[in-house]
Design a protein around this ligand. Structure first.
Ligand code: SF4
Length: 445
């Protein structure tokens, strides 16, 4: 099996390509593959299967991705096939590699368990996932092309986008397109067919572009919308109906915090548990499965926030869940400084990295953080872990960390050449003097 090398992995530069279960990616610590739970849900049995297979065939490290996937690391070429077989047998993958590669449907974690949900997002997400999996026409979609189905009221996917998005809209649902300024209202019964038509219209347009202006993997709905307008895309798909101005959704700030949230009737609630810096050990995933069997509904809900949700926890047992989660090493409360630090894979997991970002993030969390904003620790200027701006961003470079305030990794830094100790002094005390770095002291919010 020849694993493609891509940007962010060892020495490659192929853009727009993503690993999946059957198409591994080479990285600094071996091959990595992605497991895509259907409708944001893993049963406890499925979680145990993934955990055992990750420990047996990989290095036991599992990243939670911002598309709600589990990224299993450190596999050998010989181990990929066995791992994929066990995961597929557990009902977590399509049999055909291209079908699995394009089966990207992000949905809110609670689905019909959200008492204020406008529709059953999990049922719709499963149907759309099945369309992508079974219709060979859609295997031409780019790997990163994705759908989003969000009915969440308690845990909505605020700030998340995808090529085609389905959300509640007054008494109906609406379809919105990446980069589009219009959304189309539809009854729920018409949504499956409308999504299929949009996918077909996108593929027809993509074929027309040939190898011209855009390299094929980067052709996404946003490019079609830029070329044709959102109304033009709906028209190309033969969709008519009420169109309204799309509300621009930003909202990294609305990312929910770890902790227990009781539901309206007070008899049960959900517990969000974050993986420190987006990474779980296989043993922690297995322990989460046991925790869900004991205190929740026996499932683990995945999210785009590098966290999982246990649903059906009784308020009287929330304290036990919190204690057990801390024992597993998870982040269970919003005042845990790790809850607002985002770090990419870093050394030795990514060959582009100039620092062990996760170890440095743990050090910074231990040193204390002033303010309340998000700290992003990035191994290089690419900024994989947090594409949006953060209150503070540390970008590793050969000469040390650069510190960017209220920006992204590529933005002008206020300090460069920082060791992690100096960075910790600045971030825990913005007034600290900073010898040996360029730039001036600045506030961290
Ligand atoms: S941001 Fe991190 S994971 Fe992404 S390419 Fe750079 S070092 Fe690697």
């Amino acid at each position: 099996m020849n694993a493609p090398k891509v940007e962010g992995a060892i020495g490659g530069t192929v853009k727009g390509w993503c690993p999946s279960l059957l198409t591994p990616m080479e990285s600094g610590d071996g091959l990595l593959v992605r497991v895509k739970p259907r409708a944001a849900t893993l049963t406890a049995e499925q979680a145990e299967t993934v955990a055992a297979a990750a420990a047996r065939s990989g290095n036991g490290m599992i990243d939670l991705t911002n598309r709600g996937h589990l990224q299993v690391r450190g596999l050998s070429e010989a181990g990929v096939e066995g791992f994929a077989g066990q995961v597929a047998q557990a009902g977590l993958a399509a049999a055909e590699p291209r079908a699995e590669a394009v089966r990207n449907v992000l949905t809110d974690p609670l689905g019909p368990d959200d008492p204020a949900a406008a529709f059953d997002s999990h049922r719709l997400a499963r149907r759309l996932s099945a369309v992508l999996e079974t219709d060979p026409a859609f295997r031409e979609l780019p790997d990163k092309f994705g759908l989003l189905v969000d009915a969440g009221a308690f845990l909505p996917l605020a700030g998340c986008t995808a090529d085609i998005m389905v959300r509640p809209d007054r008494s109906d649902l609406s379809l919105a397109l990446a980069g589009g300024d219009r959304r189309l209202g539809l009854p729920e019964s018409a949504v499956d067919e409308a999504v299929v038509r949009l996918l077909a219209a996108f593929l027809a347009w993509k074929r027309e572009q040939g190898d011209g202006e855009f390299p094929a993997p980067q052709l996404r709905m946003k490019a079609m919308v830029a070329a044709c307008g959102a109304s033009g895309v709906f028209e190309a798909a033969g969709l008519s109906g009420a169109q309204r101005a799309e509300t621009v959704r930003t909202g990294a700030a609305q990312r929910p915090s770890p902790g227990f949230v009781p539901m309206a009737n007070g008899s049960q609630g959900c517990f969000m548990l974050a993986a420190p810096f987006g990474s779980l050990e296989a043993g922690a995933l297995a322990a989460l499965a046991a925790l869900s069997r004991r205190y929740a509904d026996g499932t683990i809900r995945v999210t785009p926030w590098k966290a999982v949700v246990l649903w059906g926890v009784s308020p009287s047992e929330a304290g036990c869940v919190c204690e057990a989660a801390l024992d597993i090493g998870l982040v269970a409360a919003p005042d845990d400084p790790r809850s607002r630090i985002v770090a990419c894979a870093g050394q030795p997991r990514c060959a582009n990295a100039h620092a062990d970002t996760r170890a440095d993030a743990a050090f910074l969390a231990g040193a204390g953080l002033a303010g309340t904003g998000v700290l992003h620790v990035s191994g290089c200027a690419k900024g994989c872990a947090h594409p949006g701006p953060a209150a503070a961003t540390l970008v590793a470079a050969p000469g040390g960390y650069a510190l960017v305030r209220d920006g992204r990794p590529g933005d002008p830094p206020v300090h460069t050449g920082l060791t992690r100790d100096t960075a910790a002094r600045i971030l825990s005390n913005p007034k600290a003097a900073v010898p040996g770095s360029t730039g001036s002291a600045s506030d961290y919010r």
